[in-house]
Design a protein around this ligand. Structure first.
Ligand SMILES: [Zn+2]
Length: 338
């Protein structure tokens, strides 16, 4: 049996919990790895949401302290007051933040990560404590509520549109799965003496409540990329990892002459008038079989044509929006190759 130490107030309400996450005897769910904790939420094939699993970010500690039955009756919005990542942060950086957040909860309560789901400025969402396990997010209400946490500090920063959209989608989807249809959405500060979730996010709670909620981008597996055909910093980081060049998400010193004709090249491209080229592009030129004399480290029609030939996509020498070549590249990167 699980050994659980509860910290209660005078009314007997559980404020926080200390205890090891030992599965109760006779629980129906199989737990393949001790560190995986309780069961993952059931994700049906037609599910609109894509929330990265605990395994995807490398959860190491218990999944809450006990299994909750029944639907939650309240939902709370929080902020983590941890690192403020950018909207184009890599999945690896987000996963690292999830592990850092888990360490905080573990050191305080011994029951792993505190929140049910964590949304980053990219709009990607990660499973924290499973929907049917009790976390340590909203003191006194952990058993009857669930939590949606925005990674970062929203007293001082603004939530991104992608974050609001993802939160809206989760709140809406949860009414079918994790909480009652009537479950209200509150800010943590509505029930506790805290600034959480920060004034800028608190001001957007009506938007989350009312939002239509588009489908958040799929985080995929660790190191995975969203296959969207846009070559931004996340894609660059993965290319740099595969090619063994410095990983910073930046394609340095590229000729501005090619910027407008290649709208599929987005964040992290350094467009200059006197281009010197980048180590990553030079390594890529080598990888895709360009002659040594042509490896100048600069993107341009010749390199793009060679890349398109290499990837087996139509050869036109430009990277358009939702580029088929970039999608092919992203798929290959997700397979661990170029
Ligand atoms: Zn909070």
């Amino acid at each position: 049996m699980a050994e659980v130490y509860e910290i209660k107030d005078d009314a007997g309400i559980v404020l926080e919990v200390l205890g090891a996450d030992v599965e109760l005897a006779g629980e129906p769910q199989a737990v393949p790895e001790p560190t995986a904790g309780g069961p993952e939420p059931v994700v049906t094939p037609q599910a609109a949401l894509s929330i990265a699993s605990r395994a995807s970010w490398g959860a190491r500690y218990p999944d809450g302290d006990l299994t909750l039955t029944g639907l939650a009756v309240e939902v709370f919005v929080h902020h983590s007051v941890t690192a403020q990542l950018s909207a184009d942060a890599s999945i690896a950086a987000e996963a690292e933040q999830m592990r850092a957040l888990e360490s905080v909860g573990q050191s305080r309560f011994g029951t792993g990560i505190s929140y049910n789901v964590v949304i980053f400025p990219s709009g990607r969402a990660y499973q924290g404590v499973s929907w049917n396990r009790r976390g340590t997010h909203t003191g006194g209400r952990n058993s009857t509520s669930r939590s949606i946490c925005f990674a970062g500090n929203y007293e001082t920063n603004q939530p991104t549109a992608a974050q609001i959209s993802t939160a809206a989608a989760i709140y809406r989807e949860g009414k079918q799965r994790w909480w009652t249809q009537a479950a209200p959405l509150y800010g943590h500060r509505d029930v506790s003496q805290t600034a959480c979730p920060g004034r800028n996010l608190y001001a957007r709670i009506d938007d989350i409540r009312a939002g239509s909620g588009s489908t958040p981008p799929s985080p995929g597996e660790p190191g995975g990329l969203v296959v969207d055909g846009f070559w931004g910093s996340s894609t660059t980081r993965r290319v740099q990892q595969e090619l063994g060049t410095p990983v910073d998400g930046v394609v340095s010193s590229q000729s501005v002459a090619w910027r407008n004709s290649n709208p599929g090249l987005t964040t992290g491209w350094e467009w200059v008038t006197n281009a010197q080229g980048s180590r990553m592009i030079a390594a890529l030129q080598r990888k895709i079989g360009m002659d040594s004399g042509d490896r100048d480290g600069k993107i341009g029609p010749q390199t793009i044509r060679a890349l398109q030939r290499y990837l087996g996509t139509p050869v036109d020498g430009v990277i358009s929006r939702e580029s088929r070549a970039v999608m092919a590249l992203q798929r290959r990167l997700n397979d661990g190759r170029i």
